[in-house]
Design a binder for this molecule. Sequence first.
Ligand code: PEP
Length: 247
Amino acid sequence: MRKPMLAGNWKMNKTRDEAIQFVLAVEGNLPASIDCVVCAPAIILRDIVKRAETLKVGAQNMNENESGAYTGEISPVMLKDTQVEYVILGHSERRAYYNETNEKINAKIKKALEFELKPIVCVGEVLEERETGKTYDVLKEQVVKAFDGVTIKNPADVIIAYEPVWAIGTGKTATTEVAEDACKFIRGVLADIFGKAVADELRILYGGSMKPSNVGELMSEPDIDGGLVGGASLKADSFIELCTTAA
Ligand code: PEP
């Protein structure tokens, strides 16, 4: 059985005080039957970890090197030291604005797993790729290259997020059918790489304008195990509603 997950991606939002207020507001109001996660800016991770009890904490990115001359970057050693559990890798904003390639994301996944950080690996097509019928080719390439040479010891610790880029921050949620078809396809690609037993244990999240009003329907689909949520995860009451609906 795959444990559902609801992960908030705060992106470049929230001061330390705002984050602490959020944690204090959600603690005690989250369902235990799912993994409720917030992926926060690196500079406030420690403050959140310190106060989080049932809430789990993740970073939004990580450098693939352990240390060195990489000005401005955060290493897996540092994330481990901060005691975060998860790290988002390959978010479409990082692919688009910081030129992250599938090869770089592959190196990051390997390093995250080496340091026992649980990666949330994002894949997804842009609008033009969907409109020209390339969605499944793009998804396959992203998944195959991201997981090239990766060994998965515990499938529960590796999460894939299907995030159609045209749905992120646009208010345009993919229909339940489109989201399920893509997640099912991704699970098939993962089965080709790791075998069906492992693929059946890997959690696949949907991301793209998910909100309390659509989380239930999306998660009723067999291959959608949860959500990676941007905008609707920023307010404590909305996050609580997302998590309780997802549970
Ligand atoms: C995201 O940033 O991963 C995301 C899905 O954003 P939003 O929910 O705002 O579309």
